[in-house]
Design a protein around this ligand. Structure first.
Ligand code: GUN
Length: 278
């Protein structure tokens, strides 16, 4: 039976530390500020954005929520980003993805000042991660590393297998695990004999976006399993891992909900505090 890596517990502890960090900054006349831009009406995005604003309130971070209609033009969105780049009260800018049809994600991300890119999606920050320089690290992968460190999981020389190759999770977590001296394999939808590879994993990261995709027969006894999935099935949120049977086999497992998702928001707060400290 696995130990549960609770994002809920770890993030609650972190919130207390972050409150102190915000207080310290305020004494120096700086209140960290985060702008969250949501274009369109995507229901999942609306929930994520609401949770991000709520986390700002809990930690004492100033927040500015900007809602734009689905019909917003790329030019209008870029103008909003230009204004936020110039706004001294704003240290972090987050544009919630996905964007409405017709807006180019890359162009929008590239318009955010790299110093305010608390998502770590700008190619300058992605390149820094790639080369091992200090920059903003995307929140979900950063949160996964924080959880593994909190549980003192030894990563040195371990085989980490990541299922999923997105820019938001798969690729950056691969870099972070590589920097932590793991041997890293990235699998994806075209990978042949997937289960043969996942069964070799000491650390298995599931970031596929398919409910209960990772079954117990794909997991090595004693593996550490990190579930990044947030899938809605029959009104319930489930991960990419078939939790119960995998829980019986793994040494560590992150639950859904209450796992990685909580850490993503905590790391967004952390990146915003760090942006204010620059
Ligand atoms: N959509 C899903 N995850 C994320 C995230 O971490 N940041 C942003 N900006 N959009 C997302």
């Amino acid at each position: 039976m696995a130990n549960i890596l609770s994002g809920k517990t770890i993030s609650a502890e972190l919130t207390e530390i972050q409150k102190q960090q915000v207080e310290e900054l305020k004494k120096r006349g700086i209140q960290p500020g985060l702008a969250v831009v949501l274009a369109g009406e995507n229901p999942a995005s609306q929930i994520y954005v609401r949770n991000k604003i709520r986390a700002c309130e809990q930690t004492g971070i100033y927040s500015k929520s900007i809602r734009l209609p689905e019909s917003v033009s790329q030019e209008e969105l870029l103008k909003v980003i230009d204004e936020l780049n110039q706004d001294d009260k704003i240290h972090g800018i987050l544009v919630q993805l996905p964007l409405p049809k017709g807006i180019d994600e890359h162009t929008v991300i590239m318009r955010i000042s790299p110093n305010k890119d608390v998502d770590g999606f700008h190619i300058l920050n992605a390149g820094k991660l790639f080369t091992g320089l200090k920059g903003f690290v995307p929140c979900t992968p950063k949160g996964i590393m924080y959880m593994l460190e909190s549980a003192k999981i030894d990563l040195d020389g371990k085989h980490a297998v990541i299922v999923g190759r997105s820019n938001i999770v798969g690729k950056p977590i691969a870099m972070l695990l590589l920097n932590a001296n793991c041997t890293v394999t990235i699998c994806h939808s075209h990978t042949k004999n997937l289960a043969e590879i996942t069964k070799q994993a000491d650390v298995l990261v599931a970031a596929i976006g398919k409910p209960k995709f990772i079954t117990a027969d794909m997991v090595k006894e004693g593996a550490c399993v990190v579930d990044v999935g947030i899938n809605r099935v029959d009104g319930k949120v489930v991960g990419d891992v078939d939790f119960e049977p995998v829980y019986q086999k793994a040494s560590y497992i992150t639950p859904v909900p209450g796992g990685v998702g909580k850490m993503t928001i905590s790391m967004l707060m952390q990146n915003t505090i760090e942006a204010a400290q620059i």
